[in-house]
Structures are given as C-alpha cells and as structure tokens.
Design a protein around this ligand. Structure first.
Ligand code: TXA
Ligand code: MG
Length: 312
C-alpha cells in the first residue's frame, strides 16, 4: 500500500523520515511531482529506476533546500552564482561540475562528471528537503514514457504500489518541468526548455542563451555513451568465462566482482558503476559479464553494459 501523506507537519516529518530510511517518496514541487530518494544511498536511487521502469540510467536532478547545500555538491562559476541568486528557489536546474568526494551515488549522475541541481520553489518541498538534510534525487514521478504528473492522483495512477508514499500538496502551480541550464566557460547553454522562460534568463543576466549541444558532453538521454566503460574488452552474457577473462558476475557464480550474488537487480544496479570503475582501475584487459535478466531494472543494467561492451 502506498501511504498518502498530507501536507502538514506530521506528513512532512513522516516523508522526511521515510526518505532518510531509503524509501521512495513522491512529493510536489512547483513544477511537477518528483519521485524522491536519498541521493547519497545507491540502493534507494536504484529503486527510482525500478519504480519508473526506465530502460536506461538517465542522470537525475539532486534537489536541495538552499544554494549553500548545492555548493556542497557542485562547483559554481560566476554565471551559475548569478543564476542561483536570481532564480532560486524556482523552476531552474543547473548542470555543474561535481565536487570531488560529493556524497552523491554514481547512479544519480549516471557516471557523468557533472550533476544537475535545483532548489525547488515551493514552501512545502523546501521544508521537506530541510528536514531530510541530504540531497534528494528525483525525476518526475511518472512511469517511463508517460507525461509528468501534476497531482497526487496522477502519481498514484501511474506508479501505484511501486512506491512507499506520496506527499499530497495539491496541484503543481507551474505544471511544466524545470528549465535546465548548463553554464560553462563563460557561456550558458539550454539543455531543456521548461518553467523558466529563457528570455527572462537573457534579460536578467544580459547574456545570450545558446541551444548548441555542449562539445563532447553527453546531455540528453541516450547520448550517454561510454562513461565508466572500462578500457578492457567486454564480453556479455557469459556463462563460461575464458581463462584470461575477469568475470563480473551476477547471481551465484564464482567471480572476481559480483553485481549481486543473490541475483537481486536493485542491488546490481546500485553496484554497477562502482564495479565498472573498479574493473577499470584493475586494468583488466578482458572482462566477461554474467547474463543479467532483461526485465525490470535489468533492462537499464543491460543497456549500460551494452554501452560498455560497444566497440570504441
Ligand atoms: O521540474 C523538474 O525538473 C522535475 C522536478 C521533479 O524537479 N524533475 C524532472 O526530472 O523533470 P527528470 O529526471 O524527469 O528530468 C531530468 C533531466 C533529464 O532529461 C536528464 O537527462 C537531465 O535532466 N540531466 C540530469 N543530469 C544531467 C547532467 N549531469 N547533464 C545533462 N543533463 C542532465
Ligand atoms: Mg521526466
């Protein structure tokens, strides 16, 4: 049963407590409802992908209650700081370089060196984030491929029993996702149009917003190619590894590294990027990977493994 929480002190406290325990909680922002999980907890973040049925690991937005909290996660340049001062809290997300050692699970960035952050502009969600005291990763709270929800009933219709709780704050006033901007090297790129019109950004900052895709940087879903792809050659669906192959296992097999000895897809997703990184550090020239069932989270895991195995 998905718990329905009301937008009062008790409901907010309960939602914050659940998030801190690793649960999935949908909550309203001024744009759309988000499906939140503790961004520092890899298992909780893996649960988001499982609930949404996302076929790939697209990076998520980390929601924080203040600019100070954002500065603990990412590096702000001058343009980013001016944007934050002008438009936060509000329907704007900034993609910025991830700080070294920032307490954010790899699954949130999908292995990218940047992180999307936002301070949402509604009192309820700010109070919730304040009480969680950790960044909250949240995509829109809809099943993959469906429209973003703007009421608690939309969330319940789409995600039903796949999540732990819904904080019901009524309809979202903006109803459109946040505008995603990427400041870099003195320029400003629009990655997704949304609730904050780009004209307002241009007027306020006095600089042009570019629509060009950032050079070399994957930005849209599907473009995320070989981040965390190990240098070694990767062979998939292997039940009998060759003698010179390092096995990345799944299920009860003898392997150098195992995504989940018990065959738990959520655990496997939570460990995937870390294990790929470890294999890279080991410098293994040939890597074999156990079959991973192509269902639920397994589809996103296989998508990422296929990218890692693709010829480069
Ligand atoms: O209004 C919103 O932004 C809502 C509420 C819940 O905050 N969230 C939302 O999240 O729309 P989602 O996951 O549906 O869309 C986030 C977008 C994705 O298209 C993703 O590819 C992009 O942000 N994104 C996230 N991190 C990125 C990064 N490091 N670089 C480029 N794009 C990124
Ligand atoms: Mg979405």
């Amino acid at each position: 049963m998905t718990l329905r929480l009301s937008a009062d002190e008790t409901g907010i406290d309960r939602a914050a407590e659940l998030l801190r325990q690793g649960a999935l909680v949908a909550f309203p922002t001024e744009t759309v409802y988000g499906l939140g999980a503790d961004a520092t907890d890899p298992r909780a973040v893996a649960g988001i992908y499982a609930a949404k049925g996302r076929p790939s690991f697209n990076p998520l937005i980390a929601h924080v209650p203040s600019l100070n909290a954002a500065e603990e996660l990412v590096l702000f340049d001058d343009i980013a700081r001016r944007l934050a001062a002008a438009f936060w809290p509000g329907p704007m997300t900034l993609v910025l370089p991830l700080r070294d050692g920032a307490p954010v699970a790899d699954l949130v960035t999908a292995g990218l060196p940047t992180l999307a952050v936002r301070v949402p502009g509604a009192p309820l969600v700010l109070r919730l984030l304040d009480r969680v005291g950790r960044p909250v990763a949240a995509p829109s709270a809809n099943p993959s491929g469906r429209v973003s929800p703007t009421t608690a009933d939309h969330v319940a219709d789409g995600l039903g029993d796949r999540i732990d709780a819904i904080l019901d704050g009524g309809p979202c006033p903006v109803g459109l996702e946040s505008t995603i901007l990427m400041p870099a090297n003195g320029t400003l790129r629009l990655l997704r149009p949304g609730g904050l019109p780009e004209e307002r950004v241009e007027e306020t900052l006095g600089i042009a917003v570019s629509h060009e895709a950032p050079q070399g940087a994957p930005t849209a879903p599907g473009q995320l190619a070989s981040h965390y792809a190990p240098q070694g050659r990767v062979r998939l669906n292997v039940t009998q590894p060759d003698i010179d192959e390092v096995l990345l296992g799944f299920g009860p097999v003898e392997a150098a590294l195992n995504l989940s000895p018990t065959g738990d897809l959520t655990e496997a997703a939570a460990r995937l990027f870390g294990h790929l990184q470890t294999l890279d550090r080991m410098g293994a020239p040939r890597i074999a990977v156990s079959p991973v069932p192509d269902e639920g989270l397994g589809r996103a895991i296989n998508d990422r493994l296929r990218r890692a195995a693709a010829p480069r």
